[in-house]
Design a protein around this ligand. Structure first.
Ligand code: MG
Length: 219
C-alpha cells in the first residue's frame, strides 16, 4: 500500500534528477566498441544502476564469452570516464528542482541514492538540489551496487524512519529491483528508452510517463 505519511524520499540520480542517460548510452557504446563489443543502446538502459565495473564484466561475458582482465576493466572504465567528461552537461529533468525543494520545505527528508562515483558529485548535487554529503549514498558507499538492496538500505538506515514511511523514485529496472528488495514502495518514472512493462516487471508499484507527471502526483 502506498505510504500515507511520508517522512523520507530516496531519489535515484541518472534519469530521475538529470537527463543523463543519453550520455551514458553514448559513452558505453563507444568505450566498449574499442574492445570489439557492439553494445546495443538498450543494454545501457537495462544495466543502468549497476556499478561501472559490473557492467564491463557483464558486457565481456555476454559479448566476448570471456571474463575481462583487470587491466581491461580499468581501461574501459577510464575511457568511459574520459568520454563522459567530454559530453555536454546533462540537463536537469523538468520539475525535479521544484519537487525536491517542496518536499524539504514540507519537512520530508530527501536523499539521493546513486551508483555514480563521478568527481564533484557532492558539489553538483549541492548546487542544483541543495543535497549535502549526509544525504547522498553514492557508488563509493556501497559494497554491492543495484540491483542489490544495499544502496537503498543504507539510505533507509541513515534516515531513521520506518520503511512504510519511505518512498523511492527510480527510472531503471535494476534500481526498481534494488528498492523493492530493500522493502520500500517504489515510484518508477520512465524517462528512457525501455518499454513501461520492463519497469512494471521489475516490481514498480506505480509508473509515471515523465518527471512532470511524477511531480503532479505529489500535489
Ligand atoms: Mg537512474
Amino acid at each position: 500500500m502506498k505510504p500515507q505519511n511520508i517522512k523520507a524520499v530516496f531519489f535515484d540520480m541518472d534519469g530521475v534528477l538529470y537527463d543523463s542517460m543519453p550520455n551514458h548510452e553514448y559513452t558505453w557504446i563507444h568505450s566498449l566498441k574499442k574492445y570489439g563489443i557492439d553494445f546495443p543502446a538498450e543494454e545501457a538502459y537495462m544495466n543502468e544502476g549497476r556499478t561501472g565495473f559490473s557492467t564491463i564484466r557483464i558486457a565481456f561475458e555476454q559479448y566476448l564469452n570471456r571474463p575481462a582482465t583487470k587491466a581491461e576493466e580499468e581501461a574501459v572504465y577510464a575511457l568511459k570516464t574520459k568520454l563522459m567528461s567530454e559530453r555536454p552537461k546533462a540537463p536537469i529533468l523538468p520539475c525535479m528542482q521544484e519537487l525536491l525543494a517542496e518536499l524539504k520545505q514540507a519537512g520530508v527528508n530527501v536523499f539521493v541514492v546513486t551508483g555514480s562515483r563521478q568527481p564533484a558529485l557532492v558539489e553538483k548535487l549541492m548546487e542544483h538540489f541543495n543535497i549535502d554529503a549526509d544525504h547522498l549514498v553514492s557508488g563509493a558507499d556501497v559494497k554491492q551496487g543495484k540491483p542489490h538492496p544495499e544502496p537503498y538500505l543504507i539510505a533507509w538506515e541513515r534516515c531513521g524512519f520506518k520503511k512504510e514511511e519511505c518512498l523511492v523514485v527510480e527510472n531503471a529496472p535494476m534500481g526498481v529491483e534494488s528498492a523493492k528488495a530493500a522493502g520500500i514502495y517504489t515510484l518508477a518514472v520512465n524517462t528512457g528508452k525501455l518499454a513501461d512493462q520492463v519497469l512494471l516487471d521489475a516490481g514498480a508499484d506505480e509508473l509515471f510517463a515523465s518527471t512532470t507527471s511524477l511531480y503532479q502526483s505529489f500535489n
